[in-house]
Design a protein around this ligand. Structure first.
Ligand code: AMP
Ligand code: MG
Length: 324
């Protein structure tokens, strides 16, 4: 049951309630610069189990641990490569997750992995919560597994009506998940394209190896922990090279269109969302737009495929999973 007090302002009283819940091994949703996270004490098994239960998340998909300082990140690692220091100095706090060897003494999140994914979020409320609780927080996106990630507190409550508390920090500035980089390989390997573009990362790391994120025919392959269908609206979703070729006869009505500025004009006009032609701005509004179309009752969504360019990698990855 959702009550008004499920959504709280991130003031002293809101933080106090959040810390109390976290210390009792339950979960709290909080804003980050990427999307809203569903946080729990990363090293309390019961707390982490509650994340998986509420989200209906498959147990094989490991969680990212959020910390407030680089020193706290290093404490979780068995080895902290030199490139991790350079990346942390350049991008933390920020939307970059680093996968490193996991310290042997840790129980809790991903105890059966020998690696751990860590980041420092760039959001005042997230940092205040990390500091006030004194806990490393495991936090995947605060939504049911496979569905659209939340970029507002209202999105969280709609997807997870049983969540005990959501700290409301307004809309997320990046609106798309962090970039995940594996530092346990000889060359840093991209596990998930995300908010931070590869071009920016390469300035610090030199070359980055790509898993087969996107094949030449434009279809997505899964990287670890990412299922083919993910980030998906309720509506049937189709990704198309040219919306003007869409055959709507087989699609459930009403159908909607998601396109971007400068793309060929869509073939029809009801329920159209036009996003920015800039990949960062497009990403920031993508999930909110999908939520709006779902809420407006679209039974199908035709999505104009964005350019096949590296700057669009993260958006294209999310769109291909939404449409899988
Ligand atoms: P989410 O929390 O839903 O945004 O997703 C977390 C992402 O980080 C998923 O793609 C996970 O597979 C990835 N991840 C978390 N921990 C690890 C790890 N130890 N090794 C590789 N990938 C990880
Ligand atoms: Mg997620």
């Amino acid at each position: 049951m959702t009550s008004f007090s499920t959504i709280a302002q991130p003031d002293a009283e809101g933080l106090r309630r959040a810390v109390e819940i976290l210390r009792a091994d339950s979960v709290v949703a909080f804003p980050t610069e990427t999307v809203y996270g569903l946080g729990a004490n990363a090293f309390a098994e019961q707390a982490v189990a509650e994340i998986y239960r509420l989200k209906n998340r498959p147990s094989w998909n490991p969680l990212i641990v959020h910390v407030a300082t680089v020193a706290a990140a290093r404490d979780l690692a068995a080895a902290w490569p030199e490139v991790a220091d350079r990346l942390a100095a350049a991008f933390w706090p920020g939307p970059l997750t680093l996968v490193v060897r996991r310290a042997a003494h840790l129980a809790g999140v991903g105890a059966d992995n020998d690696t751990i994914a860590i980041r420092i979020p760039a959001h005042d409320v997230a940092l205040a919560l990390l500091e006030a609780s004194g806990l490393p927080l495991a936090a995947p996106s605060a939504n049911r597994s496979e569905s659209i990630s939340p970029t507002t507190a209202e999105h969280v409550v709609r997807s997870l009506p049983d969540v005990p508390l959501v700290l409301d920090g307004g809309p997320c500035s990046w609106g798309i998940e962090s970039t995940v980089l594996d530092l346990t390989t000889p060359v840093p390997t991209l596990l998930r394209p995300g908010a931070l573009p590869l071009r920016t990362l390469r300035d610090v790391t030199g070359s980055i190896a790509l898993r087969e994120i996107e094949t030449s025919d434009g279809t997505a392959r899964s990287s670890p922990g990412m299922s083919r269908r993910h980030y998906a609206p309720r509506a049937k979703t189709l990704l198309m090279r040219d919306l003007r070729e869409a055959d709507r006869s087989g699609l459930p009505a009403p159908s909607a269109i998601l396109t971007y500025e400068g793309a060929p004009p869509p073939p029809y006009g009801e329920m159209v969302e036009v996003l920015s032609a800039d990949p960062r701005e497009y990403a920031a509004d993508l999930y909110a737009a999908l939520h709006r179309l779902d809420d407006a009752g679209a039974a199908s969504i035709l999505i104009q495929e964005p350019p096949r360019a590296e700057d669009w990698l993260a958006v294209r990855d999310r769109l291909s999973r939404a449409a899988a």
